[in-house]
Structure formats: structure tokens, C-alpha cells
Design a protein around this ligand. Structure first.
Ligand code: XIL
Length: 371
């Protein structure tokens, strides 16, 4: 049995011009709507997107902020050997952003997960604490040094194990212990004293993510207590996120828990960025209109809550079109239908999610922008 659309889902569809007689869509670019409130709107861009002219035109029209989807990661910069540097992809994304005056974010200097460390590094390890520190400091310096235009870095990504709330055991922590995180932040601050440095993670809002949230909070508290230069908390915003994989509502109870978590982060004096917004629609209904409406409703609820925080300075989606979403291949639907995780469909037509983002931005309180 199909359930009726909620009022919010109906409004999202009307906003996207999908309902007969619905309101005309507002074509102001999302970054323009964001800027009116002191925010920036942007997207991740990867190699596939860079080769797609229609897509690039859309990115240029909608976005004022950009982040490389993979190109700054260690596995992309040094896939095969300790001494090689493959800058070409990252350079092209940096040039695209510079040509259009876009705010470029950097992702990420230390992805503290062995799944995403290159094989050569895992094979050879980093040696002693001092050797590890030398290696990591040099890495951070080199990457930051090449991109002085980047004013916001995800210095450390996903270092908390969702299952335990403790720091993950990795090739980096085997050399440096938990200090790896602190070393990365201090090196980044030295290399780019003006840059806003972020810890970034994917903890979700549901009860199954309580340990993840608590672990992240403990980490942030520890870093602040030790005077580590950290300025921003990156909320990835993959919905439904966390490891439960089946959250399709943002219930009042979950919203209370999530607010309590964000309040604590705010209490530490950190700014907020939504760094990787998308909706994993694996378990949503097959019908595209219904699927889009539910996804848009989730995004709207999440953004409404987050935009209430004046500390939230940027909203970036992890891909602007379903054509270039990582979720197509990472978590295909059991029915094999193409996924619809982003604001634009595969033909670059705006979906209900695009209207939901626009409406949320229009309704957001003003804040002091990042300079
Ligand atoms: C993903 C990319 O989108 C994929 O192309 C790549 O194969 C794997 O990484 N959290 C993150 C991002 O911090 O770096 C991930 O990006 C998505 C989840």
C-alpha cells in the first residue's frame, strides 16, 4: 500500500513544479539564495563530473563552493608509490574553482581508515612515532602548500569507529597512536594559519549512532582541551547515514538527540559545515516521484534543523546530479533501479530535493559569513 504524501513532501513537489498547478519554481541559483543568509552552497566534483560539460555548466550556475570528491585523498595523490605525486586531477579542480571565484574546500589530509590507505603504505607502515610524525607533517605541508587558495580543510576524516566510539586502529595510529589526529591539525595550522580546519565525520542521528556521536564528541572535546587548532565540525550529511542504513524518517525523538549533539559541538566554539549532503535511497519506494518527495522531505527537515544554527556556514552536496553520485555504485538498489540521491536527476532536471534546499535556504536565519 502506498502511503499518502505528507504535507511537507507535497510542498517539496509543488516547489519543484512537479504538481499540476504547483508554484512556479524559483530559479535563483542555490548559492545566491545561500549568500543572502551569509552561507555558501556547493558540491563535490570528481573526475567524471569534470569531463561532463553540461554538468560543469550546472555546477557553475548553482554553486559558490567546491570540493574535490577524491583528488586530494592520499590514495589519489600517491596511489602506487611513496615518492610519486599525482596532482593533475586536483589541479584541474582547483583551476575550475579559481576561474569562477568559487570557495574551494580541501578533503582530506588524514582519512584515518585503512580501507582508504594505499596498499604500499599499509605494506611498509610508518615506523616509529617520530618517523610517522615526520611523514604526516611533510605530507600535510606538501598538499596544503600546493593549494594556498583552499581556506577550509577537512584535516581529519572519519577517525571514530562507529561500533565502539573509539579511535580507529590504522596504519597511522599504529605509528603515532591517537596523536596522529593532533599532529595533522598542528601541521595544517602551521602550513595555513588562515585556513579553517575541520574534523569531518558521518555520524547519523538515529539511536544506533549514539556511540558514534559520543565518540566524536569526546574527540572534539579532547582536541579543544589540548589547544589543538580546530575551527570547524564537518557534518557529512549522508542521509540515511550512519551504519544502520534504513533510517527513512527524521523523527521528533531523533531531532532532539541530534540537536543535543550539535549543541554540544557548538558549545566547543566550532563552526559547522554540511560537507557531503545526499540521500541514500536504497530502501525508498521504486516510484521516482514518491522517492524524490520522501528524499526531499528528509533533506528539508535536516536542513531546517541545521540552518537554525548560525554557526552553519556552508552546505555542500556530494554531487549535484544523479548522473555523478557515488551511491550509484557503492550501494546499488536491490531492484537495480538507478538511484536518485542528489538535487538534479540524470538528465540534469531539478528534482524535489532542489526545491527543498532552495526553500530551506530561503527560510534560514541570517548569519555572519565566513570571509
Ligand atoms: C567517496 C567518493 O564519492 C567515491 O568516489 C570514492 O570511491 C570513495 O569515497 N565519506 C567521505 C568521502 O568522506 O570521501 C566519500 O567519498 C564518501 C563518504
Amino acid at each position: 500500500m502506498l502511503r499518502r504524501l505528507t504535507r511537507r513532501e507535497g510542498l517539496a513537489m509543488a516547489g519543484a513544479g512537479l504538481l499540476a498547478g504547483g508554484a512556479a519554481p524559483d530559479h535563483a541559483p542555490l548559492d545566491v539564495l545561500a549568500r543572502r543568509k551569509g552561507l555558501r552552497f556547493g558540491t563535490a566534483l570528481g573526475a567524471e563530473g569534470l569531463a561532463d560539460r553540461g554538468y560543469l555548466a550546472l555546477v557553475a550556475r548553482e554553486c559558490g563552493a567546491l570540493v574535490a570528491e577524491n583528488e586530494h585523498k592520499l590514495y589519489a595523490l600517491k596511489p602506487g608509490a611513496p615518492d610519486e605525486w599525482r596532482w593533475a586531477g586536483a589541479d584541474r579542480i582547483a583551476a575550475f574553482a579559481a576561474d569562477r571565484g568559487m570557495f574551494l574546500r580541501g578533503h582530506t589530509l588524514l582519512w584515518n581508515r585503512d580501507e582508504f590507505a594505499p596498499d604500499w603504505l599499509k605494506r611498509q607502515g610508518l615506523g616509529s612515532q617520530a618517523e610517522g610524525e615526520r611523514w604526516l607533517t611533510a605530507h600535510v605541508r606538501t598538499v596544503i602548500g600546493r593549494y594556498p587558495q583552499i581556506r577550509s580543510w577537512d584535516v581529519v576524516n572519519e577517525t571514530i569507529d562507529p561500533a565502539t566510539g573509539a579511535m580507529r586502529d590504522t596504519v597511522f595510529t599504529r605509528a603515532m597512536g591517537a596523536d596522529a589526529v593532533e599532529i595533522a591539525f598542528r601541521a595544517a595550522h602551521e602550513a595555513a594559519p588562515q585556513a579553517r580546519l575541520a574534523y569531518n565525520d558521518y555520524m547519523g542521528w538515529g539511536p544506533s549512532d549514539a556511540k558514534h556521536r559520543a565518540g566524536v564528541l569526546r574527540l572534539l572535546e579532547r582536541l579543544k582541551a589540548r589547544g589543538v587548532p580546530i575551527h570547524t565540525f564537518g557534518v557529512q550529511g549522508h542521509i540515511p547515514n550512519g551504519d544502520a542504513g534504513n533510517v527513512v524518517v527524521f523523527s521528533q525523538a531523533d531531532q532532539r538527540e541530534w540537536r543535543a549533539f550539535v549543541d554540544e559541538v557548538r558549545g566547543l566554539g566550532l563552526d559547522l559545515v554540511i560537507t557531503q549532503l545526499d540521500v541514500n535511497d536504497t530502501v525508498l519506494p521504486a516510484d521516482p516521484t514518491r522517492r524524490d518527495a520522501i528524499a526531499a522531505g528528509l533533506v528539508r527537515d535536516f536542513l531546517d534543523l541545521m540552518l537554525d544554527y548560525r554557526e552553519l556556514k556552508q552546505v555542500l552536496v556530494w554531487g549535484l546530479s544523479d548522473r555523478h553520485s557515488w551511491l550509484q555504485t557503492w550501494w546499488p538498489r536491490p531492484d537495480r533501479l538507478p538511484k536518485r540521491p542528489t538535487p538534479y536527476d540524470a538528465e540534469l532536471r531539478p528534482k524535489a530535493m532542489r526545491a527543498a534546499i532552495a526553500d530551506a535556504l530561503r527560510g534560514a536565519p541570517e548569519r555572519t559569513p565566513w570571509t
